[in-house]
Design a protein around this ligand. Structure first.
Ligand SMILES: Nc1ncnc2c1ncn2[C@@H]1O[C@H](COP(=O)(O)OP(=O)(O)OP(=O)(O)O)[C@@H](O)[C@H]1O
Ligand SMILES: [Mg+2]
Length: 719
């Protein structure tokens, strides 16, 4: 089917022709035949790289150019930025795209001015809880990577969000995009959608298993033309010699780091000199924007042409790596599943080094077929590579047979709703009541009837869980029941808007009410007691220093359990986590924090984001209940955000300053913005480096060149 045959506005057709898309792929044509352009709901469960985004684009453009509004829901921030960049190209059609992945308890009314809004499912859930008015204007709802519903921690949010959006906008068109799954027809039934299924892929993807020196595919074999003790390295060298790029999936962060280091050594001689310079530039960027040993490790891998990519890295560094790889400067990335879903990357070959990963309950466990297929699907993307290969590695003949049968030849699993768990329902039921989606027990069940859960399970299986949750919410003063009616109290509404677990709210309130005084450490430890803050593990050598810490702060804890009680171990983990935040705001060096707590810089940021949000919630709860900790908690929010003491907060808000540079400036006497503005730019550059110094001074309105001329000194820009 030609693009010119589609019932789309002329300028849209021209837009695609100009970008080289003239024919539509067979599964895309199937979706059109089934009513994609007539407003029909569609579930597209078609292979990776088969162009699912284009289906969403067609439906969104058609509706938006008619005055509608579209929301595009994604599971990951990296995917959100990729889609945002893509949809921003529609600006030439007069269509504005917005992105929102950030703060949870805001309405973000400003987002309403956009025609297409890209957001994570958590963000959309929070916008619904905060009753953003533009939510009622949505005409197209896209759920990308909808198989995420299967995830125990994030699936229910996506499921509830979709159910609410459908209720709010019953006429909106729904598109659910998914890789191949076992039970796509159940999804289609839930969403009242047409099902598009196919195994057609625009670029051939050969899936195989390596054993010894050869890869065995379904339709033949291939010798690997490189040798190395480590098969994944041999496969990478072989790919680069063939002119391609390689993506290696490892099962732990440490493994991805050592992989990148070793691959780097093996490929450095294969990199051409032009790229060597570009790699040095990328490594320089990493060093300039991170000062930990992990950043140094990353920079030296990148110098050799390989990088590692995992959630312990800073978000900005992950972007540098993704872009460096997209522009074919970085040749190999060794990653954890951070890059498994939805991204368009130029990987000629995907290597899956481990088919198992560690699970806290079950030890080393095989990775589901659905996830492995997602990883494989990063190889062979249209416009980026002429073909793709994905390779699992077998260490024995038995393992070879098993990998062939259980992965290469296997079909992905069915997906299951994970909604029926008390911890999950607690927060979602409260928000369903607080936002007016249900005002009686019966209406709650009607609402549950509209979820995917109800398509898979009987209503009675949830009754006792729902009743237990309602009882809890009533006891905590978050809802009131009279007769059949249920409504949220002011407290219940606040907890729903804050987007925290009702149990977290209850712990915070009880804690605040039980003390007369609260130090910084008291408040930090209090938020660490909530289920919303992920606790750091207690490692075997942590015992003694954490115990010492408990002694030092003994009077500041709201309650210290008996060391012989079984919850004591848990308490120590909370104390250790609180100490991380304490060290962070006391400006301990990031490298020392990383060593002491055994985490990466990206983890510090992710944990601090959680702490900031819970501390903000503490301030709001304290304010609502008229308690005395509101201001203390508000001050701490800022400190956690920037990782600094209060005296630095003004300086730190200048872009590019950060906690380390702010301290250097402050200690040198530049204690506020006015003093900094009056300073000699050269002195500032000496403290923070030339490039950053110039950037800072320019932001403050200082004409750096004029100062230069006035003093007759050598050009500052060459300083
Ligand atoms: N009809 C077409 N002609 C040419 N290129 C196309 C066409 N449709 C899509 N593409 C291109 O194919 C690439 C892959 O598309 P897309 O990212 O939508 O895949 P996907 O099906 O969502 O895969 P995944 O399951 O991995 O998310 C994109 O670069 C897109 O521009
Ligand atoms: Mg996709």
């Amino acid at each position: 089917m030609k693009i010119t045959e589609l019932s789309l506005p002329k300028n849209v057709i021209q837009f695609y022709m100009d970008s080289g898309i003239t024919e539509i792929y067979p599964p895309q044509a199937d979706a059109i035949r089934r009513g994609l352009l007539d407003g029909k709901n569609i579930v597209a469960a078609i292979p990776t790289a088969s162009g699912k985004t284009l289906l969403a684009e067609f439906a969104m453009l058609k509706s938006v150019l008619n005055g509608g509004k579209a929301i595009y829901i994604v599971p990951l921030r990296a995917l959100a930025s990729e889609k945002y960049d893509r949809f921003s190209q529609f600006a030439s059609l007069g269509i504005e795209t917005g992105i929102s992945t950030g703060d949870f308890d805001s309405k973000d009314e400003w987002l309403g001015k956009y025609d297409i809004i890209v957001a994570t499912s958590e963000k959309v859930d929070s916008l619904l809880r905060n009753k953003a008015s533009w939510m009622y204007d949505i005409t197209v709802i896209v759920a990308d990577e909808i198989h995420l519903i299967n995830s125990p921690d994030r699936g229910p949010t996506l499921e509830i969000t979709l159910a609410k959006l459908m209720k709010l906008n019953p006429k909106a068109q729904i598109l659910a995009l998914s890789a191949t799954i076992g039970n796509a027809s159940e999804l289609a039934k839930w969403l009242d959608a047409e099902l598009v299924q196919s195994d057609w892929r625009p670029v051939e993807l050969r899936e195989g298993v390596l054993f010894g020196k050869a890869i065995k595919f379904m339709d033949g074999g291939k010798e690997v033309d490189a040798t190395n003790e480590d098969d994944a390295i041999a496969l990478s060298v072989d790919t680069i010699r063939e002119g391609g790029q390689c993506l290696i999936f490892a099962n732990t962060r440490k493994n991805s780091e050592s992989m990148a280091r070793e691959v780097g050594k093996a490929i450095q001689d294969l990199i051409d000199p032009d790229d060597d310079n570009k790699l040095a530039e990328l490594a320089g960027e990493i060093r300039e924007t991170g000062e930990t040993s992990l950043c140094e490790k990353l920079a030296s891998c990148i110098e050799n042409g390989a990088a590692f990519h995992h959630a312990g890295l800073l978000g900005g560094h992950r972007r540098i790596i993704e872009n460096g790889y997209r522009s074919n400067v970085i040749k190999v990335i060794a990653c954890t599943p951070t890059l498994a879903a939805g991204l368009n990357l130029p990987a000629r070959r995907v290597v899956i080094r481990d088919y198992r990963r560690y699970d806290a309950n079950f030890g080393l466990t095989p990775i589901p077929v659905l996830e492995i297929k997602q990883m494989c699907g990063r190889a062979g993307r249209p416009g980026l590579d002429p073909y793709g290969e994905s390779v699992l590695i077998a260490k024995s003949l038995d393992e070879f047979d098993m990998l062939m049968e259980n992965y290469v030849l296997a079909n992905p699993e069915d997906i299951w709703s994970k909604l029926g768990v008390e911890t999950t329902l607690r927060t979602h039921l409260l928000s369903t009541i607080a936002t007016g989606f249900a005002q009686s027990r019966e209406q709650l069940f009607d609402f549950i009837e509209s979820t995917f859960y109800a398509c898979q399970q009987e209503r009675w299986s949830l009754e006792h869980v729902v009743d237990a949750v309602l009882e809890f919410l009533e006891k905590e003063g978050m809802i009131i029941r009279s007769g059949d009616d249920i409504h949220a109290t002011e407290l219940g509404e606040l907890v729903s808007r804050l987007y925290i677990d009702p149990v977290s709210a209850s712990i915070i309130i009880k804690g605040l009410k039980s003390v007369d005084d609260a130090t910084t450490f008291t408040l930090l430890h209090l938020i660490c007691q909530t289920p919303d803050v992920r606790k750091l593990y207690l490692r075997s050598n942590d015992g003694s220093w954490v115990n010492e810490l408990v002694e030092r702060h003994r009077d500041e804890f709201i309650c210290v359990p008996d060391p012989y009680e079984k919850e004591y171990e848990w308490f120590l983990a909370e104390a250790k986590t609180a100490m991380l935040f304490y060290d962070w705001i006391c400006e301990e060096h990031e490298n020392d924090i990383i060593k002491k707590f055994g985490i990466g810089p990206g983890d510090i940021r992710a944990l601090c984001e959680l702490a900031e949000w819970l501390m903000h919630s503490t301030a709001e709860l304290s304010a609502l209940l008229g308690l005395r900790f509101t201001q203390d908690a508000r001050d701490l929010v800022e400190q956690i955000k920037y990782g600094a003491s209060p005296e630095l907060l003004k300086l730190i808000k200048i872009k590019d300053v950060g906690r380390v540079r702010a301290r250097r400036l402050y200690n040198a006497g530049y204690t506020d913005i006015a003093k900094l503005r009056d300073a000699n730019p050269k002195a500032i550059m000496r403290l923070v480096g030339t490039r950053i110094g110039i950037k800072i001074m320019r932001q403050l309105g200082v004409d750096v060149e004029a100062t230069d001329r006035k003093t007759g000194q050598a050009n500052l820009l060459e300083f």
